[in-house]
Design a binder for this molecule. Structure first.
Ligand code: HEC
Ligand code: HEC
Length: 472
């Protein structure tokens, strides 16, 4: 008997040890990556070595045991499927919504895409608003102005609804092709999207502003939240005082907890101040779920809603673990950093001014409660600022201080793994680019020079530039 107990204890300890090894990938900074290749460690100590379809959905390797447990609790909630109330598990969906779970849009913690011809909208949504007096059509207001809700629709089109309830409507996307020719005669096709609101449950004002947005990746976000505001502001140059054609403008957006304007960091127009509010607004806007931050339904005041719930449908505990989850997903390491073609591409990236917005290296400060993302040197390739990207990319829908043609520089880390993780290569805020070169050639406005320099490159140079992006 004693032998059996000892034997079972031995097996138990063994399996815990093996389990630990599986849960906590080896410390990449000391093992498989050459020490000098620090630029491969895109997320500092949160970097993992993975080129698989799980590259975006692995916990940071430097989490403590308690932190890992909290992360895994958040992971379950991120995947939780919500249903119509009343129900035992995860009730409260809708009545109007865009999807039933976070993971359906941020597939494998990766990015969404526009639907193909026969598909419905899954991982893409449309923000709505009415033109506002302050910002006018252009939104060049020096003070932040929140988007004005469209009566009967709010600030987001909810294209799905619970049984027996009308959704708000849907959108038809039509593309037309245009061809660009590079200096050395290569032909590159761009597809221009055109969006039409249709099947709305009631007439929608003619002058409604519509902003298409695909779901971005959700790894590495705690690091971006931990970049000190002062650091981000050192790159801001709103009036382009240094005359390089690139301005960089901070968005300031409403913080519902602190009740004041704060630096915007998340969303395609930096329209959310922090991850807690980003997550709460995802529950609210995308799934029709109330929280302590947003206690009124997204359908408040509309005919679809019978009554507002008396207590939050998603608890503060769940908000907390889901926020922690998106703060602590690992960043995949770069590949092929010493490949000559990749290194050539990296030089071209700097020469073509790409690195003036997609800042290669930043240092994080301290994010309270999240030591694993604090004080890290990261290679996210963003400045977290807004840039005017020209009329072709404009959604013409201002968002706080962002004008209708301004977008936040998106981080480029992991971009070479999107194909593996998500099975597509649709880029930019509305997924119109079908590969990385198309994404570059859509750049205009402050990035027009970069675009021109890319068109002037030889095919060999363009291949090198893409090889560099693929290594991120
Ligand atoms: C219908 C699809 C959809 C659903 C469901 C959804 N998201 Fe998102 N998510 C998006 C889109 C689109 C954006 C970009 C929004 C913007 O630009 O304003 C986004 C942005 C984010 C961001 C900011 C990323 C960044 O880099 O700025 C986070 C974090 C996030 N979502 C987390 C969540 C969580 C957590 C849930 C579930 C509670 C969720 N999302 C549900 C589509 C979705
Ligand atoms: C003036 C600032 C600026 C410059 C310069 C710039 N970019 Fe960008 N880049 C952006 C912004 C802003 C976006 C997002 C635009 C959108 O989604 O509509 C973007 C998007 C991208 C994307 C798609 C990212 C995604 O997640 O969909 C890639 C790839 C990219 N840039 C690469 C480059 C390269 C390569 C260069 C140089 C040839 C370059 N950029 C120069 C600001 C800049």
């Amino acid at each position: 008997m004693k032998f059996y107990i000892t034997f079972f204890a031995f097996i138990l300890i063994l399996s815990i040890l093996i389990g630990c090894n599986v849960d906590q990938p080896t410390d990449v900074s000391t093992s498989s990556i050459p020490i000098d290749a620090t630029s491969a460690l895109s997320g500092g100590d949160t970097t993992i070595l993975s080129e698989s379809s799980h590259a975006f959905s692995t916990p940071a390797p430097n989490l403590s045991a308690d932190a890992l447990e909290k992360h895994l609790d958040g992971d379950l909630e991120f995947e939780a499927i919500f249903v119509t109330a009343p129900a035992e598990v995860n009730p409260g969906l809708g009545p109007i919504y865009n999807n039933i779970t976070c993971i359906n849009c941020h597939v494998r913690d990766g990015r969404g895409k526009p639907p193909t011809v026969d598909e419905k909208f899954v991982s893409m949504l449309f923000r709505l608003s009415l033109p506002n007096g302050e910002n006018g059509e252009t939104g060049q207001s020096p003070i932040p102005v929140p988007p004005i809700p469209v009566p009967g629709f709010g600030t987001q089109l909810n294209n799905r609804a619970i049984y027996g309830t009308p959704s708000e409507g849907t959108v038809i996307i039509e593309y037309s092709e245009q061809t660009l020719t590079t200096a050395d005669g290569a032909r590159i096709h761009l597809r221009y999207p055109d969006y039409t609101l249709t099947d709305t449950y009631k007439p929608i004002p003619e002058n409604v502003e519509v902003s298409p947005r695909v779901a971005p990746v959700v790894f590495g976000l705690g690091l971006l939240e931990a970049i000190p505001e002062e650091t981000i502001l050192t790159y801001a140059d709103e009036e382009d005082v240094n005359g390089d054609g690139i301005s960089g403008k901070p968005n300031y957006v409403w913080d519902v907890v602190e009740k004041r304007y704060k630096l915007g960091r998340f969303g395609w127009k930096a329209n959310q101040p922090n991850l807690l509010q980003q997550v709460a607004s995802a529950y609210h806007d995308d799934m029709g779920l109330t929280t302590s931050l947003f206690p009124l339904e997204n359908s408040h005041g509309q005919s679809q809603l019978k009554q507002n719930p008396t207590s939050p449908e998603v608890s503060d505990e769940i908000l907390d673990v889901v926020t922690f989850y998106v703060q602590t997903l690992a960043v995949p390491a770069r590949r092929d950093v010493n490949d000559p073609q990749v290194m050539h591409g990296e030089q071209l990236f700097a020469q073509a001014q790409c690195a003036d917005c997609h800042i290669p290296t930043l240092r994080t400060g301290v994010l309270p409660g999240v030591p694993s993302v604090s004080n890290q040197t990261i290679h996210a390739y963003t400045d977290m600022l807004l840039h005017d990207m020209g009329p072709d990319l404009a959604d013409n829908r201002p968002d706080f201080r962002a004008s209708g043609s301004e977008w936040r520089t998106p981080p480029l880390w992991g971009i070479g793994l999107v194909r593996t993780v998500n099975g597509h290569t649709n880029f930019l805020h509305d997924g119109r680019a079908r590969d990385l070169m198309e994404a570059i050639l859509w750049h205009g406005g402050e990035a027009e020079k970069s675009r021109q320099m890319t068109l002037q490159m030889t095919t060999e140079e363009r291949d090198a530039l893409i090889a560099f992006l693929e290594s991120l």
